[in-house]
Design a protein around this ligand. Structure first.
Ligand SMILES: NC(=O)c1ccc[n+]([C@@H]2O[C@H](COP(=O)([O-])OP(=O)(O)OC[C@H]3O[C@@H](n4cnc5c(N)ncnc54)[C@H](OP(=O)(O)O)[C@@H]3O)[C@@H](O)[C@H]2O)c1
Length: 266
């Protein structure tokens, strides 16, 4: 598989892992499309990218990816402006931390639309272009949470189980067209994710040990190495990779007992 692409599209590029993907991928591409809702943030990031990487043509599209009409407009604009990606990074995602029964439905619905529907829709719209070219790559940002049901993170973990499963199956279908598909499975990373995931605007943080956190720079660097090596999946950081091995080895009956002792929200 190629380690150079002509055009990368990164969703959720206004913050966190998406912004980091933009900076680490810029040396390898000629064109880059940054997508998120906050246009001013994207504009600032685009200016910094143009300054550091003058060879890259950077386009910014403000879109709320939970809305089908915005996704359709985005695809139309990409076609009109010649920014069809051969590297699609489906990174935009959100969580909702807290008991399912107390969750705000609109937030859950937005999470389902963003984490599942938007990722699937953009892949469906852009994959045929890669197939026609005979090369390309799709990077789906999933999570370690995709490996197990997580109480107080029930819907989020289920959306990421979808992302990992979808990526694995799509990888098999797409490889005969020369297209790589990678599922990135990070553990906790300090980004805006935790703030967005807090339920009902509360101040209750998600439980998590600091040593388990991995820097966003490392998460993205390991993801790009995995893409270069045409891997199916990457768990970023040794501690997350070790946790993945452990989770996969523990029988479900035991996992249920362990998960039942979860720290409760105050
Ligand atoms: N941080 C973690 O601990 C962690 C762990 C495992 C997996 N992940 C996954 O990593 C990915 C990136 O998350 P992050 O940690 O970088 O979080 P983040 O800092 O909150 O960034 C999320 C990005 O998604 C964009 N976004 C949110 N809602 C959107 C919408 N409706 N339409 C378009 N864009 C939207 C945000 O931009 P706007 O607000 O400007 O729209 C932002 O650019 C997610 O898929 C997340 O599930 C994160």
């Amino acid at each position: 598989m190629s380690d150079h692409y002509s055009c990368a599209l990164i969703t959720g590029a206004s913050a966190g892992l998406g912004e980091e993907f933009a900076f680490q991928l810029a040396p390898r591409v000629h064109k880059m499309v940054l997508v998120a809702r906050r246009e001013e943030r994207l504009a600032v990031i685009a200016d910094r990218l143009r300054e550091r990487f003058p060879h890259v043509a950077v386009a910014v599209f403000s879109a709320d990816l939970t809305l089908p009409s915005h996704r359709e407009q985005l695809v139309d604009l990409l076609e009109q402006r010649g920014f069809i990606p051969d590297l699609l990074v489906n990174n935009a995602g959100m969580g909702d931390y807290g008991e399912f029964a107390n969750a705000d439905w609109d937030k859950l619905d937005a999470m389902l639309q963003l984490n599942i529907t938007a990722l699937t829709h953009l892949t469906h719209a852009l994959l045929p272009h890669m197939m026609n070219r005979g090369y390309g790559a799709v990077v789906n940002v999933s999570s370690l949470a995709s490996l197990l049901p997580i109480p107080d993170f029930a819907v989020y973990a289920a959306t990421k189980a979808y992302v990992t499963s979808f990526s694995e199956a799509l990888r098999i279908e797409a490889r005969e067209y020369g297209i790589s598909v990678l599922a990135v499975c990070p553990g906790p990373v300090h980004t805006e994710f935790g703030e967005v995931a807090r339920q009902n605007g509360g101040d209750s943080d998600m439980p998590g040990r600091e040593w388990f956190y991995v820097d966003k720079e490392q998460v993205v660097a390991e993801s790009i190495s995995a893409l270069d090596a045409d891997k199916a999946r990457v768990y970023t950081g040794w501690q997350v990779a070790a946790a993945a091995v452990l989770i996969s080895a523990v029988p479900l009956v035991l996992l249920r007992l362990i998960l039942g002792t979860r720290p409760r929200r105050g």
